[in-house]
Design a binder for this molecule. Structure first.
Ligand code: ZN
Length: 736
């Protein structure tokens, strides 16, 4: 289940999807914790342990937080009175629950919620003092929140329809409908009408440490209660949320217009290496051009060197401001000389005035700092995850930062990196260059050309309806029983996509999952089929993890990486679904090596992202220029530690180029973790043989912590071993 607005997770070269699978992404909360409050809370029981332990293990204890001192005097008096009263009424065994509930409410109660009479009346009438009352409260909330989530999502899906489906022109108001989020104020509303306080009074907020340590022993109902309470674990003021959204939008806007006009790059002899009109967005298109240039035997290396030089100028902000998104100037990125364009390859009219080579004034880092300042304003309202770093790791990912770091380092220091690098060097016939971290020469071979595959697919699927009709058959080929296959197929609606395709699951059981796929007039092509199979994997996961999970409060999977991994399992069998032979061992090995190299690259990028956030928290008054210098230094340090021994070059800054650092803050660690998770699941599927039953067993686990989910799925917590083992095996297979 997505917990934050996320860009698509792209793993390797495989296609992905997803314009917002889940409406819940727009709810800024979910997942987390709370605590320190009134002292003396030693008796808290399952699933909460003692308050002291919660405080010790929580990353939140050093930051601003609600405390006894902040509580108004009347609330302390009222709480003491209510505790005596409720314990007298419901019995001594209820004392820990009473104390916990009162603490949790006090953390979020504001003056506008009412004074002592309102507070006391609320607690008296809403505390569920026996099991029957608690069951009723739990069941009713579960049912009604499913309805809320489901219908909000339904509105969202309908409002986006014109934008998402192939239904003719999109009018300006369609985009407004598409961008409207009916759930944006739900959390605020639930605090205002006190439905949130009823949850906080009766169900436990937990820390990540508690969930990791005790979660395996919890019943499913306890897990569902934990997820219920988490929805209301933060009450961030509207103006703070607005500031975060504005800073994010400004950063996104900045990144989305950061184009380099490639025909206007000049080498030392004044030559233009790139074709007219080529406009590349940093960093994605620049990186992809480096990949594509491996195919250009003549100019490829010179182009790749030049792109690396451009990237370094962006990172260090020595890029002339005038060359950004401007086809009216020519630029030598080595000497940094800028002059009016000698050729014209756009309709853009040159602005009046002189062309200068004045550098971009650290705007990249100013944007980043603004997102830091805006998001850190939420810190005081998130007591035990009081930094964005803690919120991303403890809440969104639910894998502690230290563990993520250790897993990434395990990949980065693996001796396999050197071995794979040697293989790349032998294929390239030269020593590695820094830009070879984007080497793309590991490719599965195919017996069929794309044209042959297109023909096979077009014949089989001339229309979306033809694909829809074949879904039960496809699922049976993947090992689902006829009954299961039919039941799942009945829950999937196939729609014609405007883009390349995506999957949109439901949020309540009475709704269906939607598979959006692209079918040309001449019929479906192979690329479309490959994507459709991936999206179908999402739909099947969505069906099991909503309709067959035992509590709808546990619907979904731990995070995006899990649903992607399950979708990749389907996608990896697309040839067999067409009745063709599966990829051979060598092809599989090439794919594995590609995944390893991609993980190796992005793991370092993620470490740069993480280190930069720590630096910002350590230097909250920093200027953009200082953040620039710090990021450059961090990039060099991480390069020197993990990559220099493999590339034999020092002080490379390239790891700092990723645009997501600026516009989707602290999202990058999800990429390498996603690779690790995908490998674990795929390896397990291979061992099990029957995809159908394994898939169902895994997907029904629902939204628990990643480690617990993975233990249930594979017997081991999340980790890099599956990827490293597969890489070792692949190396021996391709070098035989
Ligand atoms: Zn996907």
């Amino acid at each position: 289940m997505g917990r934050q607005a996320s860009p698509p997770l792209t793993i390797g070269d495989r296609y992905t999807d997803l314009p917002g699978h889940f409406y819940l992404e727009s709810i800024p909360v979910r997942r987390i914790i709370l605590f320190p409050l009134l002292a003396a809370c030693a008796a808290l029981t399952v699933p909460l342990r003692s308050q002291e332990i919660a405080m010790q293990n929580s990353p939140g204890t050093s930051a601003p937080q609600a405390s006894v001192a902040r509580l108004p005097m009347w609330m302390r008096d009222s709480a003491a009175k209510l505790e005596r009263e409720l314990v007298a009424k419901y019995g001594e065994p209820q004392r820990p629950r009473v104390q916990r509930g009162l603490h949790q409410i006090a953390e979020f109660w504001r003056d506008e919620d009412g004074g002592a009479p309102v507070y006391e009346a609320f607690v008296r009438s809403n505390f569920a003092g026996d099991q029957a009352a608690l069951d009723t409260t739990f069941n009713r909330y579960e049912r009604l929140l499913e309805q809320l989530d489901g219908h909000m999502h339904e509105i969202n899906r309908e409002f986006r329809q014109q934008m998402d489906l192939d239904l003719g022109p999109v009018l300006p108001f369609d985009e407004v409908f598409g961008g409207y989020d009916p759930s944006a104020h739900v959390i605020d509303d639930f605090f205002q009408n006190k439905l949130a306080f009823t949850v906080l009074l009766n169900f436990p907020l937990t820390t990540l440490d508690e969930r990791l340590e005790n979660g395996a022993a919890w019943s499913r109902r306890q897990w569902a209660e934990v997820r219920l309470a988490e929805r209301f674990s933060k009450r961030i003021p509207a103006d703070v949320n607005l500031g975060i959204a504005q800073a994010g939008a400004a950063a996104e806007q900045y990144i989305s217009e950061y184009n380099i006009w490639m025909h206007h790059l000049l080498d030392s002899r004044g030559q233009r290496l790139f074709p007219p009109k080529m406009r590349l967005l940093s960093h994605w298109n620049l990186r992809d051009e480096i990949k594509a240039d491996y195919a250009d035997a003549q100019n490829g290396p010179a182009k790749q060197h030049m792109i690396q030089q451009v990237m370094e100028r962006i990172i260090t902000q020595t890029i002339p401001e005038a060359v950004i998104n401007n086809p009216n100037v020519d630029w030598n990125p080595y000497t940094n000389e800028v002059k009016p364009a000698a050729v014209k390859d756009s309709d853009s009219v040159p602005p009046a005035g002189n062309v200068t080579s004045t550098r971009e004034p650290d705007t990249r880092y100013a944007m980043w700092l603004k997102t830091f300042v805006a998001s850190s304003k939420a810190d005081p309202y998130s007591p035990t995850a009081p930094t964005l770093i803690a919120r991303r790791f403890d809440e969104d990912r639910e894998i502690p930062e230290a563990r993520v770091k250790a897993m990434l380092e395990q990949v980065l220091t693996s001796p396999l990196a050197r071995q794979v690098a040697k293989l790349i060097e032998s294929r390239l016939g030269r020593p590695l260059e820094p830009f070879d971290m984007w080497y793309n020469g590991f490719r599965p071979g195919s017996k069929y050309t794309e044209a042959q595959l297109d023909e096979i697919v077009a014949k089989k699927y001339p229309t979306p309806e033809a694909y829809q009709k074949d879904i039960p058959n496809l699922l049976m080929k993947l090992g689902f029983s006829p009954e299961r296959a039919q039941r799942i197929a009945n829950n999937i609606v196939v729609d014609p996509a405007r883009g390349s395709g995506h999957a949109m699951g439901a949020e309540m059981r009475s709704e269906k999952a939607h598979l959006r796929t692209r079918v040309e007039k001449s019929g479906m092509n192979y690329k479309g089929f490959n994507i459709a199979v991936h999206e179908m994997g999402h739909n099947v996961e969505q069906t099991f993890s909503l309709n067959d999970v035992d509590h709808t409060l546990l619907k979904g999977v731990p995070n995006t990486a899990f649903t992607e991994a399950l979708a990749f399992v389907f996608q990896g069998h697309d040839l067999e679904l067409l009745g063709l032979p599966a990829p051979d061992t060598k092809s599989e090995a090439e794919k594995t090596l590609n995944d390893f190299w991609t993980t190796y690259e992005i793991a370092g990028v993620a470490l740069v992202d993480m280190a930069a956030w720590h630096w910002m928290y350590d230097h909250p008054q920093a200027t953009p220029k200082q953040l620039n210098e710090a990021t450059v230094q961090i990039s060099k340090d991480i390069w020197n530690r993990y990559y220099a021994p493999v590339f034999h070059k020092n002080d490379v800054v390239l790891l700092g180029i990723y645009s997501h650092m600026i516009d989707y803050v602290l999202y990058l660690p999800d990429y390498p973790i996603g690779h690790l998770i995908a490998f674990q699941i795929e390896e397990r599927m291979k061992k099990a043989g029957n995809i159908g039953s394994e898939f169902e067993r895994m997907a029904k686990m629902g939204d628990v912590t990643p480690d617990l989910w993975m233990e249930n799925a594979t017997g081991k917590p999340v980790g890099p071993e599956a990827l490293l083992t597969a890489t070792q095996r692949a190396l021996s297979q391709v070098t035989q």
